[in-house]
Design a protein around this ligand. Structure first.
Ligand SMILES: [Zn+2]
Length: 163
């Protein structure tokens, strides 16, 4: 079921999310987040963007060729990040029509809990690393516009990625 998005400048977008402790209900929330992400043509979405303040995000399978389905990420922690940064364009489902250039770590290693409750570790580079860092920022109540330079508004960037 597609859920209504929380839009900037709603103050809920600036609140840090809580760790997921109880996994009952997570399956349903993930399924609703996937429906919402797909309906909005997003590359990723975090629970905070639908008003559920939990450290949970969905990454679209198109974010990386290693993914064979949309990836649910619960309670993530970056345990290693490259010193090398990379600039790239980002948009956000919660801030429609606004885009900007954001510096992100080029490579990261992440530990998280999957939907099955098992801990997993992944390496991510490029777009995948960018999407993850954008969603983890949502979990900390940070929006990309706080990090972005060259912010543009309007319709011309509609093909840029929304996270
Ligand atoms: Zn976003």
């Amino acid at each position: 079921m597609k859920l209504p998005l929380v839009y900037y400048p709603d103050p809920r977008l600036n609140e840090p999310s809580k760790k997921v402790g109880e996994f009952s209900g997570v399956q349903k929330l993930c399924s609703d987040l996937i429906d919402t992400m797909e309906a909005e043509n997003g590359v990723g979405i975090s629970a905070a963007q639908v008003g559920e303040p939990f450290r949970l995000a969905i990454i679209h399978k198109d974010a990386d060729k290693s993914l064979d389905g949309h990836l649910a990420i619960i309670n993530p922690k970056i345990f290693s990040a490259s010193r090398e940064l990379e600039e790239g364009e980002e948009g956000c489902l919660s801030i429609p029509g606004v885009f900007g250039q954001v510096l992100r770590h080029k490579k990261i290693k992440v530990r998280f809990t999957g939907l099955d409750g098992q801990e997993q570790k992944i390496k991510a580079t490029g777009l995948f690393a960018r999407v993850l860092q954008h969603e983890f920022d949502h979990m900390d109540g940070i929006l990309f516009i706080a990090r972005a330079s060259k912010i543009t508004k309007g319709e011309k960037n509609l093909d840029a990625m929304k996270l």
